[in-house]
Every structure is written in C-alpha cells, then in structure tokens.
Design a protein around this ligand. Structure first.
Ligand code: KG4
Ligand code: ZN
Length: 354
C-alpha cells in the first residue's frame, strides 16, 4: 500500500510517501520520500510555539513541500497514485492541525479517492521505531517487526507535550500504565533551558552543554521515582524538578550552567528509565520501545538500552531523524489504524488520546 502522509500538529510541516506492507503481524515500511519544513527559527524569538504563526507557516509550506515531493502542480492526479492519504488529526494545536486536514481534503476527489484517513500523532511516535534509516537516498525496510519477539512490550513516549508509559500486547492492543501529572519531559527540558537562557527548543541545547558538565554536581530531586503506590507507580512529575533548578539558580548566582544542565538531564533520565524498567520487569516485557522528540537524547537512549539489556529485553528507538515530528511516522500510524479498522474523525482534536 502506498501512503501519502501529512503532519502539521505543531511546528514542523511534514509530507511523506511511504510503502507499507505486512499488516498488523509484521508491518514493514519503506520511505520513498519524507520532507520536513521546520519552523524552529520563526518561533525561537518567542521562546515557544505560537499557534497562529504555526498555522501561517503550515499554509505556506504545505504546497511547497507537496510540489517538491510530487514534482508538479497537478495535485489531484499525483496524490491519486497513492492508495491512502493519512493526515494527523490530533493531538496538537488545533489551528495547525486544520491546515493539514484541509490540505489533505483537497487531494481526494468527491468519491474520496484515494481513501483519506485520520491519524493519531502519538501512534505515529509509537510506531516510529519501525521506520527505516535512509542510507544514500535509499530506504530499506527495518526488519524488526516480528510480533512474537517484541510483545509484551513497554513503550515510553516522551515528547514536548506528552510523557506516557504503555504496556503493549500487540501492535493493535495496549494499555496506558501511567503518564505525567504536570509537565511533559520535553516541556521540562524546554523550561529548564529557558531558565539557563538557552534558545528554544531546549532539549538539544541542554544535551549539548551537559556534555561539559558534571551530572553529580547538584543534588536535584527525582520526583515520584520510588513511588510504588498503585496509583503513582507509573506516573511521572517534572514540575518539581524544574522548580528545584529555579531555586538553585536563584540561590547560586555564580553557577556553572553545564553542571546545572548535566544534573538536570541526569535526574530526568533517571526517573524515565527507572519507571520504564520497573514496568518492563513487572509485565515480563520482551522489548522496550522509546519514542518522541526526547528520544533523541543520547543519555536517555544509552541508559534505557543498557538497563533493558540487563533484564534481557530488546530495546528499540527510532532511527536518527524520526524521533522529531515527521510525516513518515504519520504514514505508519495511518496504515496501522487502517489495518486495525480504527477510524478517526477528520476534524482537529487538540487533546486526542492514545
Ligand atoms: O515529538 P516532538 O518533536 O514534538 C512533540 O510532539 O511535542 O518533541 C519535541 C520535544 C521538545 O520539547 C524538545 O526540547 C525535545 O523534544 N527534545 C529533546 C531533545 N531533542 C528534542 N529533549 C532532550 N534531549 C534532546 N536531545
Ligand atoms: Zn510529536
């Protein structure tokens, strides 16, 4: 099945063409093309994403990316070479989501050909570990989707808006174990970066300066890390950690930014890894799946890989470039939802759940 996918949930405009096969048992994806137009520079002066600016940029970028991918003006005829059009319907910023949905609608005809389906952005992150790495312009299928070896699995989705822990029995069936009670992990990185006067988005900046810092220099809290109570066992909380950094900076004017960044990063990773591994042990997981923008963090990847290995779990993380928002992952989400016969309404839903 050839899929054209569109992503506009936040500050990245993405369009991709992906070939999918194998169904729910053995899904495989081949990325024919995937383009992302990032708006980071536009939002940076504001220290975060401005919804109306995001909308304006998506409206500008969508036709440009479309022409780059399909190479011509004739929109309808080219998208018609696909079997499915998948577009993100949530979660995300509603004005931004609508731009993608409306654009996708113009690519189908009155008979809704090709078939237009809504996709869940979080499912995109969840399945993104199945997307192959591009090598010299050619993308091969990532051959890891043998369901028998993967499940049960524990999936940690860590992005700018979400921190969610799932227990998965298959590619189609999962249960939410826990989530953040306040800030998402990426949001905490962004807020701490702002306290350190680093530019938006803060995650990569914190990671960069943390390389020259001592992760044990400052004692910061690990909120909820040892909470084993039934209702808090798999939940997260990052706002206390951010506040601890705020107080530290207030009381220590002569601070070393690199030490603060390294200590914060270590605390956040310790909590994320501890909860994920606890769940993996409890549910006898065969694999641990990490995804979302924060999954680009090398300390988090390294720690979870090592800790998963210690308990005999396989560990999967998206290939470089597919952690951050992109449309190839939306093609995967659209394909899997289609296989699961899950139909999302073609309307923006900012708080869509997984
Ligand atoms: O998944 P994503 O691209 O967008 C959302 O769906 O939210 O995630 C963006 C988030 C931002 O908060 C950003 O600071 C964080 O991912 N991020 C990182 C790193 N790269 C991006 N956080 C920590 N370390 C990184 N290397
Ligand atoms: Zn995302």
């Amino acid at each position: 099945m050839r899929i054209c996918a569109i992503e506009t949930s936040c500050d990245e405009t993405g369009i991709a063409i992906v070939e999918a096969s194998g169904g729910l048992q053995n899904p495989k994806f081949k990325i024919l093309k995937s383009l992302v137009a990032s708006q980071i520079k536009i939002h940076r002066p504001f220290g975060g994403v401005v919804p109306n600016l995001a909308k304006r940029e998506h409206l500008k970028n969508l036709p440009i990316l479309y022409r780059k991918i399909f190479g011509v003006k004739g929109k309808k005829s080219k998208a018609k070479s696909c079997d499915l059009i998948a577009v993100t319907v949530g979660p995300g910023l509603e004005p931004a989501l609508w731009t993608g949905i409306n654009f996708a609608k113009t690519l189908t005809d009155a008979e809704r050909t090709p078939l237009l389906v809504g996709a869940n952005h979080l499912e995109g992150h969840l399945y993104s570990f199945l997307l192959p790495q591009k090598k010299k312009g050619i993308s091969k299928c990532r051959n890891i989707a043998m369901s028998k070896c993967l499940f049960p699995a524990i999936a940690l989705i860590v992005s700018g808006g979400h921190t969610i822990l799932l227990e998965m029995d298959s590619f189609a069936k999962w249960k939410r174990l826990g989530e953040t009670r306040d800030d998402a992990a990426g949001e905490a990185f962004d807020k701490v970066a702002r306290l350190l006067e680093l530019p938006y988005p803060g995650g990569p900046e914190i990671e960069k300066i943390a390389r020259n810092g001592n992760p044990n220099a400052i004692r910061l809290p690990r909120p909820m890390m040892n909470d084993a109570s039934p209702d808090g066992e798999y939940d997260f909380s990052f706002s206390g950690l951010k506040t601890a950094v705020l107080y530290y900076l207030r009381d220590n004017k002569n601070n070393n930014k690199a030490d603060v960044a390294a200590s914060f990063q270590q605390a956040a990773v310790d909590v994320l890894a501890a909860k994920t591994i606890r769940a993996a042990k409890k549910f006898g997981a065969r694999s641990v799946l990490l995804s979302g923008g924060v999954a680009a963090n090398k300390l988090l990847r390294r720690t979870l890989k090592k800790e998963s290995g210690k308990i005999g779990c396989l560990f999967f993380v998206p290939c470089f470039g597919y952690n951050q928002d992109n449309a190839a992952m939306i093609a995967a989400a659209g394909y899997m939802a289609h296989c699961r016969k899950k139909k999302y309404k073609l309307a923006a839903k900012g708080n869509l759940d997984i």
